[in-house]
Design a protein around this ligand. Structure first.
Ligand SMILES: Nc1nc2c(ncn2[C@@H]2O[C@H](COP(=O)(O)OP(=O)(O)OP(=O)(O)O)[C@@H](O)[C@H]2O)c(=O)[nH]1
Ligand SMILES: [Zn+2]
Length: 294
Protein backbone atom coordinates (compact mmCIF):
# COMPACT_ATOMS: atom_id res chain seq x y z
CA UNK A 1 0.00 0.00 0.00
CA UNK A 2 1.16 3.55 -0.66
CA UNK A 3 0.80 6.61 1.46
CA UNK A 4 2.21 10.00 2.39
CA UNK A 5 4.21 10.60 5.55
CA UNK A 6 2.37 13.38 7.36
CA UNK A 7 4.32 13.39 10.59
CA UNK A 8 7.41 11.87 12.16
CA UNK A 9 8.03 11.62 15.89
CA UNK A 10 10.68 9.68 17.75
CA UNK A 11 11.24 7.04 15.08
CA UNK A 12 7.56 6.69 14.23
CA UNK A 13 6.15 7.79 10.92
CA UNK A 14 2.49 8.57 10.45
CA UNK A 15 1.45 7.59 6.95
CA UNK A 16 -1.76 8.88 5.40
CA UNK A 17 -3.29 6.14 3.23
CA UNK A 18 -6.67 5.40 1.68
CA UNK A 19 -7.40 3.37 4.82
CA UNK A 20 -6.52 6.14 7.25
CA UNK A 21 -3.35 7.01 9.11
CA UNK A 22 -0.93 4.20 9.93
CA UNK A 23 1.72 4.35 12.61
CA UNK A 24 4.89 2.94 11.10
CA UNK A 25 8.49 2.23 11.84
CA UNK A 26 11.01 2.32 9.03
CA UNK A 27 12.54 -1.00 8.07
CA UNK A 28 16.21 -1.49 8.92
CA UNK A 29 17.26 -1.13 5.28
CA UNK A 30 17.11 2.66 5.54
CA UNK A 31 19.81 2.75 8.17
CA UNK A 32 22.25 1.15 5.73
CA UNK A 33 21.19 3.35 2.82
CA UNK A 34 21.80 6.61 4.67
CA UNK A 35 18.39 7.83 3.61
CA UNK A 36 15.82 8.80 6.19
CA UNK A 37 12.14 9.05 5.43
CA UNK A 38 10.94 12.65 5.55
CA UNK A 39 7.59 14.25 6.15
CA UNK A 40 6.10 14.65 2.69
CA UNK A 41 7.58 11.45 1.32
CA UNK A 42 5.42 9.13 -0.69
CA UNK A 43 6.18 5.67 0.65
CA UNK A 44 5.35 2.04 0.18
CA UNK A 45 4.25 0.42 3.40
CA UNK A 46 3.61 -3.06 4.64
CA UNK A 47 0.56 -3.37 6.84
CA UNK A 48 1.33 -5.16 10.10
CA UNK A 49 -2.05 -4.70 11.68
CA UNK A 50 -5.07 -3.37 9.86
CA UNK A 51 -6.96 -3.08 13.14
CA UNK A 52 -4.28 -1.25 15.10
CA UNK A 53 -3.29 0.70 11.98
CA UNK A 54 0.33 -0.31 12.29
CA UNK A 55 2.82 -0.86 9.53
CA UNK A 56 6.38 -0.63 8.27
CA UNK A 57 7.75 1.80 5.74
CA UNK A 58 9.54 -0.39 3.21
CA UNK A 59 10.53 2.07 0.51
CA UNK A 60 10.53 5.74 -0.40
CA UNK A 61 9.32 6.82 -3.81
CA UNK A 62 11.54 9.25 -5.76
CA UNK A 63 11.47 12.79 -4.33
CA UNK A 64 10.56 15.82 -6.42
CA UNK A 65 12.13 18.26 -3.99
CA UNK A 66 13.70 18.40 -0.57
CA UNK A 67 13.84 21.26 1.91
CA UNK A 68 16.32 21.23 4.72
CA UNK A 69 14.73 23.57 7.22
CA UNK A 70 12.10 22.35 7.79
CA UNK A 71 13.14 18.90 6.62
CA UNK A 72 10.40 17.98 4.23
CA UNK A 73 10.13 16.26 0.86
CA UNK A 74 8.05 17.04 -2.21
CA UNK A 75 6.91 20.56 -1.33
CA UNK A 76 6.00 22.23 -4.62
CA UNK A 77 4.85 25.67 -3.50
CA UNK A 78 4.85 28.05 -0.55
CA UNK A 79 2.11 30.20 0.93
CA UNK A 80 3.44 33.03 3.04
CA UNK A 81 1.06 34.89 5.32
CA UNK A 82 1.44 38.43 6.61
CA UNK A 83 -1.12 40.54 8.39
CA UNK A 84 -1.96 43.97 6.96
CA UNK A 85 -2.21 45.23 10.50
CA UNK A 86 -1.43 44.00 14.00
CA UNK A 87 1.33 43.15 13.45
CA UNK A 88 2.15 45.58 10.63
CA UNK A 89 3.82 43.71 7.80
CA UNK A 90 7.56 43.30 8.10
CA UNK A 91 8.35 43.73 4.42
CA UNK A 92 12.11 43.03 4.66
CA UNK A 93 11.19 39.68 6.18
CA UNK A 94 8.70 39.01 3.38
CA UNK A 95 11.31 39.93 0.77
CA UNK A 96 13.84 37.67 2.45
CA UNK A 97 11.36 34.83 2.22
CA UNK A 98 10.70 35.55 -1.46
CA UNK A 99 14.44 35.52 -2.19
CA UNK A 100 14.79 32.19 -0.42
CA UNK A 101 11.98 30.58 -2.35
CA UNK A 102 13.25 31.99 -5.61
CA UNK A 103 16.65 30.41 -4.87
CA UNK A 104 14.92 27.09 -4.36
CA UNK A 105 12.66 27.69 -7.36
CA UNK A 106 9.55 27.16 -5.27
CA UNK A 107 6.60 29.26 -6.50
CA UNK A 108 5.18 31.42 -3.73
CA UNK A 109 1.75 32.83 -2.99
CA UNK A 110 1.63 35.92 -0.78
CA UNK A 111 -1.42 36.00 1.42
CA UNK A 112 -2.19 39.28 3.19
CA UNK A 113 -4.53 38.54 6.06
CA UNK A 114 -6.68 40.76 8.31
CA UNK A 115 -7.99 42.65 5.30
CA UNK A 116 -10.94 43.58 7.46
CA UNK A 117 -8.71 45.79 9.60
CA UNK A 118 -7.52 48.15 6.88
CA UNK A 119 -8.94 50.41 4.19
CA UNK A 120 -8.96 49.71 0.48
CA UNK A 121 -6.21 52.35 0.08
CA UNK A 122 -3.95 50.42 2.39
CA UNK A 123 -4.60 47.18 0.55
CA UNK A 124 -3.83 48.97 -2.70
CA UNK A 125 -0.55 50.21 -1.26
CA UNK A 126 0.70 46.64 -0.75
CA UNK A 127 -0.84 45.46 -4.01
CA UNK A 128 1.25 48.06 -5.83
CA UNK A 129 4.50 47.13 -4.10
CA UNK A 130 4.17 43.45 -4.93
CA UNK A 131 2.36 43.67 -8.25
CA UNK A 132 5.26 42.29 -10.34
CA UNK A 133 7.18 40.32 -7.74
CA UNK A 134 6.37 37.04 -9.46
CA UNK A 135 4.10 35.76 -6.69
CA UNK A 136 0.35 35.52 -6.70
CA UNK A 137 -1.22 37.97 -4.25
CA UNK A 138 -4.22 37.24 -2.08
CA UNK A 139 -6.04 39.53 0.32
CA UNK A 140 -8.11 37.69 2.86
CA UNK A 141 -9.72 37.78 6.23
CA UNK A 142 -9.23 34.40 7.82
CA UNK A 143 -11.39 35.41 10.76
CA UNK A 144 -14.35 36.33 8.60
CA UNK A 145 -13.71 33.58 6.07
CA UNK A 146 -13.35 36.14 3.29
CA UNK A 147 -11.13 35.17 0.37
CA UNK A 148 -10.43 31.77 1.84
CA UNK A 149 -11.98 30.00 -1.16
CA UNK A 150 -9.29 31.58 -3.32
CA UNK A 151 -6.70 30.21 -0.90
CA UNK A 152 -8.25 26.77 -1.20
CA UNK A 153 -8.14 27.01 -5.00
CA UNK A 154 -4.44 27.85 -4.90
CA UNK A 155 -3.71 24.86 -2.70
CA UNK A 156 -5.62 22.28 -4.73
CA UNK A 157 -3.39 19.44 -5.94
CA UNK A 158 -0.28 20.86 -4.26
CA UNK A 159 2.01 20.20 -1.35
CA UNK A 160 2.23 23.66 0.15
CA UNK A 161 4.44 24.89 2.93
CA UNK A 162 2.62 27.57 4.92
CA UNK A 163 4.81 30.13 6.66
CA UNK A 164 4.46 33.46 8.37
CA UNK A 165 5.51 35.37 11.45
CA UNK A 166 3.74 35.02 14.76
CA UNK A 167 0.29 36.52 15.19
CA UNK A 168 -0.59 36.98 11.51
CA UNK A 169 -3.45 34.50 11.63
CA UNK A 170 -1.80 31.33 10.40
CA UNK A 171 -3.63 29.06 12.84
CA UNK A 172 -6.90 30.83 12.17
CA UNK A 173 -6.50 30.21 8.44
CA UNK A 174 -5.38 26.60 8.82
CA UNK A 175 -8.22 25.81 11.19
CA UNK A 176 -10.60 27.38 8.72
CA UNK A 177 -9.23 25.29 5.86
CA UNK A 178 -8.86 22.08 7.87
CA UNK A 179 -11.43 22.15 10.68
CA UNK A 180 -10.31 18.72 11.86
CA UNK A 181 -6.63 19.76 12.03
CA UNK A 182 -6.65 20.28 15.78
CA UNK A 183 -8.51 17.06 16.35
CA UNK A 184 -6.15 15.07 14.14
CA UNK A 185 -3.13 16.52 15.90
CA UNK A 186 -4.56 15.49 19.24
CA UNK A 187 -5.21 11.98 18.03
CA UNK A 188 -1.74 11.44 16.64
CA UNK A 189 0.00 12.94 19.64
CA UNK A 190 -1.85 10.69 22.04
CA UNK A 191 -0.32 7.62 20.45
CA UNK A 192 3.13 9.10 19.93
CA UNK A 193 3.61 11.10 23.08
CA UNK A 194 4.36 8.15 25.24
CA UNK A 195 7.64 9.92 25.67
CA UNK A 196 7.89 13.62 26.29
CA UNK A 197 8.42 15.34 22.99
CA UNK A 198 7.50 18.93 23.40
CA UNK A 199 9.41 20.39 20.44
CA UNK A 200 7.39 21.50 17.47
CA UNK A 201 7.38 19.07 14.60
CA UNK A 202 6.59 19.55 10.98
CA UNK A 203 3.20 18.14 10.21
CA UNK A 204 1.21 17.81 7.02
CA UNK A 205 -2.52 18.36 6.99
CA UNK A 206 -4.62 16.93 4.23
CA UNK A 207 -7.08 19.40 2.73
CA UNK A 208 -8.49 16.98 0.23
CA UNK A 209 -7.17 14.09 -1.82
CA UNK A 210 -3.75 15.08 -3.16
CA UNK A 211 -3.64 18.47 -1.37
CA UNK A 212 -1.53 18.90 1.73
CA UNK A 213 -0.32 21.87 3.71
CA UNK A 214 2.67 21.94 5.99
CA UNK A 215 2.64 24.24 8.98
CA UNK A 216 6.18 25.59 9.05
CA UNK A 217 7.57 26.69 12.41
CA UNK A 218 10.60 28.90 12.96
CA UNK A 219 9.89 31.56 10.39
CA UNK A 220 11.98 34.38 11.84
CA UNK A 221 15.15 32.29 11.73
CA UNK A 222 15.13 32.52 7.94
CA UNK A 223 18.50 32.73 6.29
CA UNK A 224 18.74 32.75 2.53
CA UNK A 225 21.39 30.40 1.28
CA UNK A 226 24.78 31.84 0.59
CA UNK A 227 24.83 33.56 -2.76
CA UNK A 228 27.03 35.90 -4.72
CA UNK A 229 25.78 39.46 -4.49
CA UNK A 230 25.81 39.57 -8.30
CA UNK A 231 23.14 36.86 -8.35
CA UNK A 232 20.72 38.69 -6.09
CA UNK A 233 19.19 40.70 -8.93
CA UNK A 234 17.84 37.51 -10.49
CA UNK A 235 15.73 36.98 -7.35
CA UNK A 236 13.73 40.12 -8.19
CA UNK A 237 11.46 39.21 -11.11
CA UNK A 238 10.46 42.85 -11.65
CA UNK A 239 13.96 43.50 -13.01
CA UNK A 240 13.71 40.76 -15.65
CA UNK A 241 12.24 42.90 -18.47
CA UNK A 242 15.18 45.34 -18.13
CA UNK A 243 17.97 42.83 -17.81
CA UNK A 244 20.42 43.47 -20.65
CA UNK A 245 19.15 47.02 -21.34
CA UNK A 246 21.56 48.80 -19.01
CA UNK A 247 24.53 50.68 -20.41
CA UNK A 248 27.03 48.37 -18.75
CA UNK A 249 27.00 44.66 -19.25
CA UNK A 250 26.56 42.89 -15.92
CA UNK A 251 25.10 46.06 -14.36
CA UNK A 252 24.01 45.31 -10.82
CA UNK A 253 21.61 48.28 -10.82
CA UNK A 254 23.27 50.13 -7.98
CA UNK A 255 25.32 53.20 -8.88
CA UNK A 256 26.07 52.58 -12.53
CA UNK A 257 25.11 55.32 -15.00
CA UNK A 258 22.58 54.45 -17.69
CA UNK A 259 20.90 51.78 -15.58
CA UNK A 260 17.60 50.70 -17.12
CA UNK A 261 16.33 49.33 -13.82
CA UNK A 262 16.89 52.59 -11.98
CA UNK A 263 15.18 54.47 -14.80
CA UNK A 264 12.21 52.11 -14.52
CA UNK A 265 12.07 52.82 -10.79
CA UNK A 266 12.08 56.55 -11.43
CA UNK A 267 9.32 56.15 -14.03
CA UNK A 268 7.25 54.20 -11.51
CA UNK A 269 7.44 51.02 -13.58
CA UNK A 270 9.24 49.12 -10.85
CA UNK A 271 8.09 49.53 -7.26
CA UNK A 272 10.43 51.76 -5.31
CA UNK A 273 10.01 49.72 -2.15
CA UNK A 274 11.12 46.53 -3.87
CA UNK A 275 14.08 48.26 -5.46
CA UNK A 276 15.16 49.68 -2.11
CA UNK A 277 14.79 46.27 -0.60
CA UNK A 278 17.07 44.92 -3.32
CA UNK A 279 19.70 47.55 -2.57
CA UNK A 280 19.53 46.88 1.13
CA UNK A 281 20.03 43.11 0.65
CA UNK A 282 22.77 43.83 -1.84
CA UNK A 283 24.65 45.91 0.75
CA UNK A 284 24.17 43.16 3.28
CA UNK A 285 25.74 40.59 0.94
CA UNK A 286 28.54 42.99 0.12
CA UNK A 287 29.28 43.54 3.79
CA UNK A 288 29.27 39.79 4.41
CA UNK A 289 31.70 39.32 1.53
CA UNK A 290 33.99 42.02 2.89
CA UNK A 291 34.09 40.38 6.28
CA UNK A 292 34.81 37.00 4.73
CA UNK A 293 37.85 38.29 2.91
CA UNK A 294 39.26 40.62 5.54
N1 LIG B 1 -9.24 41.18 12.53
C1 LIG B 1 -8.76 39.99 12.21
N2 LIG B 1 -8.12 39.28 13.16
C2 LIG B 1 -7.63 38.08 12.83
C3 LIG B 1 -7.76 37.56 11.51
N3 LIG B 1 -7.15 36.34 11.47
C4 LIG B 1 -6.67 36.13 12.72
N4 LIG B 1 -6.96 37.16 13.54
C5 LIG B 1 -6.62 37.29 14.96
O1 LIG B 1 -5.21 37.45 15.10
C6 LIG B 1 -4.75 36.81 16.29
C7 LIG B 1 -3.65 35.82 15.95
O2 LIG B 1 -4.18 34.77 15.18
P1 LIG B 1 -3.53 33.31 15.11
O3 LIG B 1 -4.30 32.52 14.11
O4 LIG B 1 -3.39 32.76 16.47
O5 LIG B 1 -2.09 33.70 14.57
P2 LIG B 1 -0.84 32.76 14.27
O6 LIG B 1 -0.22 33.30 13.05
O7 LIG B 1 -1.23 31.34 14.25
O8 LIG B 1 0.06 33.10 15.50
P3 LIG B 1 1.12 32.15 16.24
O9 LIG B 1 0.32 31.06 16.90
O10 LIG B 1 1.79 33.07 17.20
O11 LIG B 1 2.04 31.64 15.16
C8 LIG B 1 -5.97 36.17 16.91
O12 LIG B 1 -6.45 37.02 17.91
C9 LIG B 1 -6.95 36.06 15.75
O13 LIG B 1 -8.28 36.07 16.17
C10 LIG B 1 -8.44 38.33 10.53
O14 LIG B 1 -8.61 37.97 9.37
N5 LIG B 1 -8.90 39.55 10.95
ZN1 LIG C 1 21.27 48.38 -14.27
Amino acid sequence: MQGRIVKGIAGFYYVDTEDGIFECRAKGIFRNQKVKPLVGDLVELEVLSQEEKEGSVISILPRKSELIRPAVANVDQALVIFALSRPTPNLPLLDRFLIMMKQKEIPTIICFNKSDMVSEEEREHFRQIYRDCGSKLLFISAKKGEGTDAVRDCLRGHMTTVAGPSGVGKSTLINHLVPEAEMETGKISEKADRGKHTTRHSELFRLEKGSYILDTPGFTALEPEAMEKEELRFCFPEFDPYEGSCKFQGCIHDREPGCAVKEAVEDGKISKERYESYISFFRELKERERRRYS
